[in-house]
Design a protein around this ligand. Sequence first.
Ligand SMILES: [Zn+2]
Length: 220
Amino acid sequence: MNKLIILFFLVLGLNGCVTPAKQPLQSPLGLIENPIVDSDITLEEALRKEAPAEFKARQRMVNVFYYSFDGKIHRGQVVIEERLAGEIEEVFQVALENKFPITSVIPISHDRFFSNGKWNEDDLSMHSNNTSAFNYRKVTGGNSLSRHAYGYAIDINPVQNPYIKGGVVLPAGAVYDPRQPGTLTPDCPVVKTFLRLGWTWGGNWHSLKDYQHFEKVLSE
Ligand SMILES: [Zn+2]
């Protein structure tokens, strides 16, 4: 490849999803040694929000590293069904290698999502563009249990990747624009990795779009 073509691919990001320009390159060792810690709670703390014991018993804590929008490596935590923990690690490794920016990865039972005397359902997390998985709650706009209640689903960068059904957009005011960094698209390595591992992406749904959402439903 000549230099011009290489430059072209570098500008494109090569990987199909846009990454922020001019991210500082540092040695991985230095970065991993001093990550910005977004979440560092125990599994017990991460399971404080009310849920049936049998649902809580299946959840595991996965510590993950990711580039945030400041171009620095952060450390956060995902609460996910135990059988999916390894796959979540794999996806976050791909996101890190591709410098796919993720704002924060903080469990829904973290102190910052406790307001007015109760744990927030989801909207505080969504509005702060937080990535989270396990959350004992009902589906958006329905009465059945969400896949998140089982730890079978994760939402990534909700602000760049909103839920869209007719005129309803969540979080409110969010816009899906594949040109923006942190947006999930069919070409994005994060999306490709989830699909390869057998997960379903809400961006491929037809009756509604839930671009932030990935799920893998396991049999009991
Ligand atoms: Zn979701």
